[in-house]
Design a protein around this ligand. Sequence first.
Ligand SMILES: *Cc1c(COP(=O)(O)O)cnc(C)c1O
Length: 417
Amino acid sequence: MPVRDIAAIDPRPTPPQSQRMSEIFKGSFTQQEPIPDDGIAAALAVMQHGRLHRYNTVAGEVAEAALLEEEFAAQVGAKYCLAVASGGYAMTTAMRACGVKAGDKVLTNAFTLAPVPGAIASLGAGPVFVGVTEGLVIDLDDLAGKLDQACVLLLSHMRGHICDMDALMAICDGAGVTVIEDCAHTMGASWNGVPSGRHGRFGCYSTQTYKHVNSGEGGLLVSDDADGMARAIMLSGSYMLFERHRAAPPPAVFKDIKYDTPNVSGRMDNLRAAILRPQLRRLGVQADNWNARYGVMSRGLAETPGLTLIARPKAEHFVASSFQFLLLDWSPEAVQKVIARCLARGVELKWFGAPEPVGFTSRYDSWRYAPSASMPKSDRVLAGIVDMRLPLTFSLADCAQIAGIIRAEVAAVFQAA
Ligand SMILES: *Cc1c(COP(=O)(O)O)cnc(C)c1O
């Protein structure tokens, strides 16, 4: 073989170290995959017949929304499922169906996103915040100490981190506290083989664009509790058409509930349901795709000085649509430096310790409508949480590049400090 220029053979020779240090990531942290072709075809069919409202059916027709409920109930092993307008609506409806009313207190996570305390506040109720551990899950000791303050726990599996659900359920069952799960980040995940959303009385999911399936906006509610689900169906705005549901309790359960429950419209339409059904069938494959990206990130950041990866328990089967790490006990200035340096190289990190809420990174002490005592142990963790999205439009090579950039910038700031 004649001698040739190496660079002509390998179009991408390894760049020198100096060049790699200034590599810039060019991808978008907010770009979703397209809706799959079978979802688009199903959406077109709904638009062509024009019956977008879930109760607008012709004789013998089963609405897309009813089919979606039936399929999702089977997927998570629930008796009942209700499709609604948003994840936030699913949470408020679950709380209403459990009897939460104005003036009540509801336990919830200090580390979560604004729609969670917002759902509680929308009922005129008030959140009691429970602390977060270095594993980014609810602090069970703190929870145990606060159980006497409320009858309901709205448990947020924030960023897909699942606490010891067996221990949590034992604590809550023992105290007669009803658990409602916010599974906005755990659709497709499980604890000890039990799907997330199937431990508490209700499981609430979001199908909003940034979650695990994408219908723009939307939500799903699952339960085995016949009375609770009958109330939820009446609340969602089913008029007296609940018999058109397929994943609903039998009509007899509605006997009094249909007179006693107000209509707070928040239904899902057939167009969104049509888009979601094929996506749900692919959820397991997508979960593997997310977790492969998470694995590349974890390996790329392993043993970076100053950076703490989040330990994931064996019992937890997670769906990693996002990635977190801790810069624990760093000064705010040093964390800010890392965020700025990564951003300059195209890597968008979000920091839950910033003094002002930015984008979605608000904290329990940002929610002034729900005053709370300070929680120093949680504050230490929150001050160190760095968070990023992991969209499936990133390739594994993209993730390796992002991890390399974060590793280099964390190391540079850590060494200088
Ligand atoms: C997105 C989200 C919700 C609410 O979902 P929407 O469909 O946007 O109302 C609830 N909890 C968490 C943690 C979320 O991220």
